[in-house]
Write a protein that binds this ligand. Structure first.
Ligand code: NAI
Ligand code: COI
Ligand code: MG
Length: 368
């Protein structure tokens, strides 16, 4: 897709990897909304579509072709749908769609994964957590994304299997710095989550986070929680958290749990950042094979992810603000999908509703 900007304006080149299952469905929604935003805010967006995951395996035999990585290196940002599905579950590990996802994160140096969990009063009724506990919830999960057990050595000998969890002090330091910078722009509180009563890498996490925050961010308070207790506190007192900093595996699990504070997996966006402005943006959810192909996937997580991309990598702050507002307006107006309400609408209807609010707002500001 290409939408040229006026000559005196900026043109953004991004790569899209729609992937599998509902990935291409929510990506289609993103394209429509980006088109509207680029017209309204006068920037150009040039989207280079590439392969990843099962779609890449089917086309090339490789879940992350070299061409995809090369295209990403040349872009300002990457937009990813989701990967995986039962069709590829029996593949050897290196040839699974999920391997493509892990590799793109690693090859692009995307070590810092941001997963914001912000509740909205209109949606409180869809959470299994009592509404009075949801007021004011605004947690930023900062998940280390290119280390730990997902990337450690793996071995299988008959009935014995092994996954190594390895972290270096440098890997912990750089993501802790990102969390510290973020905390300075927020409520200046970090809770670091680990299992240091049992696991050696967790002991290193405690040492390094104490050192980095203590020396470089003296105004930020740092507390530590064991992951089992953190899982419980996320439900019993979610509003008590500001920044939650944790390793790859724990962040993956805790963010799916936290999605239920908002009401659905279909509502949680993410940004995976390298040093500098480059980032990969994707919904937190997977390829949802149980609902793929029916046009009913919730696109809000993907749309919130493009708002993060506009803000963090493309610096189109006005467009990001407008999109965030259009989305919350839709929620207030009851534009909801089937994962939230039995009479919910489909992906396209949500997309149209968001676009209507974006173009309607533009028309209103022109006549004001
Ligand atoms: N980033 C990625 O690409 C990820 C990929 N996966 C892969 O996705 C596949 C399915 O994994 P699951 O564990 O089932 O996780 P999932 O996140 O795909 O689905 C979990 C549940 O949430 C629902 N759901 C997810 N996204 C939704 C949306 N946008 N709208 C409405 N409902 C939605 C699904 O229907 C399902 O009931 C697997 O192959 C897995 O490896 C899983 C997580 C992340
Ligand atoms: C599919 C996994 C490799 C990753 C995952 O679940 C996630 O990043 O949320
Ligand atoms: Mg996950």
């Amino acid at each position: 897709m290409s939408n040229a900007a006026p000559a005196d304006n900026h043109q953004h080149r991004i790569v899209a990897v729609p992937g599998d299952g509902v990935g291409p469905e929510v990506y289609a929604s993103a394209c429509t909304v980006l088109d509207v935003l680029s017209s309204r805010f006068g920037f150009g967006i040039d989207i280079d579509e590439q392969l990843i995951g099962g779609a890449a395996i089917d086309a090339t035999g490789n879940p992350l072709p070299d061409e995809t990585v090369a295209a990403c290196r040349d872009a300002k940002a990457v937009l990813l749908g989701a990967v995986g599905g039962p069709k590829w579950d029996a593949q050897p590990r290196e040839l699974r769609p999920e391997r493509g996802l892990l590799r793109i994160r690693s090859e692009l140096g995307l070590y810092c994964n941001l997963r914001p969990i912000v509740t909205h009063p209109t949606l409180h009724r869809f959470s299994p957590v009592r509404p009075e506990r949801l007021d004011g919830v605004n947690v930023m999960i900062v998940r280390e994304l290119t280390g730990g057990i997902y990337f450690g050595e793996k071995r299988r000998e008959g009935d014995v299997a092994e996954d190594v969890c390895r972290y270096t002090a440098d890997e912990i330091t750089r993501v802790t710095r990102q969390a510290g910078r973020l905390a300075m722009q927020r409520d200046r509180r970090i809770v670091q989550v680990d299992k240091s009563n049992v696991i050696e890498t967790s002991r290193l996490w405690r040492e390094v986070t104490e050192r980095v925050i203590g020396e470089e961010f003296p105004e930020v308070s740092l507390e530590h929680l064991y992951v089992d207790a953190a899982a419980m506190h996320l439900l019993s007192k979610p509003a008590s958290f500001d920044v939650m900093l944790t390793e790859n595996l724990f962040g993956d699990i805790l963010s799916d749990e936290a999605s239920m504070l908002c009401g659905s997996m279909g509502l949680l966006p993410s940004a995976s950042l390298a040093d500098g402005d480059f980032g990969l943006y994707e919904p937190v959810h997977g390829s949802a094979p149980d609902i793929a192909g029916q046009g009913i996937a919730n696109p809000y997580a993907m749309l919130l992810s493009i708002a993060m991309m506009l803000r963090l990598s493309l610096h189109e702050t006005e467009a990001a603000d407008a999109l965030d507002s259009a989305i919350t307006d839709c929620w207030s107006d009851g534009v909801l999908t089937l994962d939230l309400v039995p009479e919910g609408v489909g992906t396209e209807a949500v997309t149209e509703a968001v676009c209507r609010r974006l173009t309607g707002a533009a028309a209103a500001s022109r006549t004001a």
